[in-house]
Ligand binder design. Structure first.
Ligand code: GLU
Length: 426
């Protein structure tokens, strides 16, 4: 499963992720002098689908779930973005996440637009059979939306390779052809890519080292705190640990642990796999969710979910660099507070773009019917992440803005220019 789905921290300033996204979009649009037509076009999602998903539960009763797919924009190419299964999924969240996918794909220079979808459900309370029927019926409802050249889903919170396999199978059955490229994050045997599962965490690691270099900091003399121990948090913590960084603290929804001597992440992983919780790990202290974010460290990696660093706790953050492994972990109101403190924020649409970049590689491989070695995947991922990092830095410096604004400026400018070239079909 990707990441943890339950609320990882009680801290929230009730800012809406969509408003946070829009606040930055408007700022960047103003700086770029975006003309009103393009502004209106890029502000509103292209398509918002709300679909009722009836399934037969194991007890024989019918239950109807609500599902969403928001396509924010498809100017750069087919829309791309994950599917999230969680009780708190809602349309506004989908709209924000879909727009972030548009900007993210533009930042890493891949030929995709942005989308996001989800189903309001608690996957922990569904049997495997119910989960399969839910996924297949959702896919059937969206048959005319999904497609290798139209809209390509992928895993996100609480969705995994198995769910992607069911989507691929349902779609292929209807098309009467094996449509591997309709979905990414699939099992290897069905046309998945080597390195896809670790890609987001690997990308976080690549940009963290790049940010340390910019600040003339040596990884082996730097410390890191990671919030989240799902697919993104655990992989980035492990890779940062192996690069010589001291991992002072790590946490997930069920609890956080701290050690001033540093945590041995492979041992933590082994402990976690056995006990399903982090707390109780030998020679560590249990700390609260709030305290985890406020530990004094060099790098803080929020890799859980939206709105973790808000106007309520931003002034208590004591790190030099924030690398956003999650989507939207910092609210727009927290941005100026972190900036005032001189904290370098590597924004989500750059920092966690490794996942969608390797999704792009998977889509390319599926269409070629030829699969790359892990070395090829990782080398290309590193090159694309570093190019994006430099490009974001360049835009931030050129416009004298934060890296976040630099990323938005780069992305919006690119999508707006492409829109101008394509023109409006009438
Ligand atoms: N869910 C991931 C994200 O938020 C990956 C999306 C994809 O690979 O399409 O970036």
């Amino acid at each position: 499963m990707d990441i943890n789905y339950k609320e990882p921290a009680p801290i929230t300033d009730r800012e809406n992720p969509f408003e946070s996204m829009m606040e930055r979009f408007e700022l960047a649009a103003r700086i770029l002098g975006l003309e009103d037509g393009a502004y209106q076009y890029l502000k509103n999602p292209t398509k918002q689908i709300i679909t009722a998903i009836p399934i037969q539960m194991d007890d024989g009763k019918i239950k109807v779930f609500e599902g969403y797919r928001v396509i924010h924009n498809d100017v750069l190419g087919p829309s791309k973005g994950g599917l999230r299964f969680a009780p708190d999924v809602n349309l506004d969240e989908m709209k924000a996440l879909a727009a972030w996918m548009t900007w993210k794909c533009a930042v890493v220079n891949i030929p995709f637009g942005g989308a996001k979808g989800g189903i309001v459900c608690d996957p922990d309370k569904l049997s495997l059979g119910e989960l399969e029927r839910l996924t297949r019926r959702f896919t059937a409802n969206l048959l005319d939306v999904f497609g290798p050249e139209r809209d390509i889903p992928a895993p996100d919170m609480n969705t995994n390779e198995q769910i992607m396999a069911w989507i691929m199978d349902t779609y292929s059955m209807h098309m009467k052809a094996a449509a591997r490229a309709v979905v990414t994050g699939k099992p290897l045997i069905l046309g998945g890519s080597l390195g896809r599962r670790e890609a987001t965490g690997r990308g976080v690691y690549i940009v963290t080292l790049a940010a340390l270099r910019k600040r003339n900091m040596d990884p082996s003399r730097s410390s890191v705190v990671v919030q989240g121990f799902g697919n993104v948090g655990s992989v980035s913590a492990d890779m940062l640990f192996k690069s010589g960084m001291k991992v002072l603290a790590i946490g997930d929804i069920n609890g956080s642990i701290f050690s001033s001597r540093g945590l041995n992440i492979p041992d933590v992983m082994e402990y976690f796999n056995k006990n399903k919780v982090l707390t109780g790990f030998p020679e560590s202290e249990t700390i609260s969710h709030e305290d985890l974010l406020e530990v004094k460290c060099d790098v803080l990696v929020p890799a859980a979910k939206e709105d973790q660093i808000t106007k309520n706790n931003a002034d208590k953050i004591r790190c030099k660099i924030v690398v956003e492994g999650a989507n939207g972990p910092t609210s727009a109101k927290a941005d100026p507070i972190l900036q005032e403190k001189g904290i370098l924020v590597v924004p989500d649409i750059l920092a966690n773009a490794g996942g969608v970049t390797v999704s792009y590689f998977e889509w390319v491989q599926d269409r070629m019917g030829y699969f790359w070695s892990i070395d090829k995947v990782n080398t290309r991922l590193e090159r694309m992440m570093l190019e994006a990092f430099d490009n974001v830095f360049f835009h931030a410096e050129r416009y004298k803005q934060t890296l976040r604004l630099g990323a938005y400026l780069l992305a919006i400018d690119k999508v707006a220019k492409t829109l101008k070239l394509r023109g409006i079909y009438a």
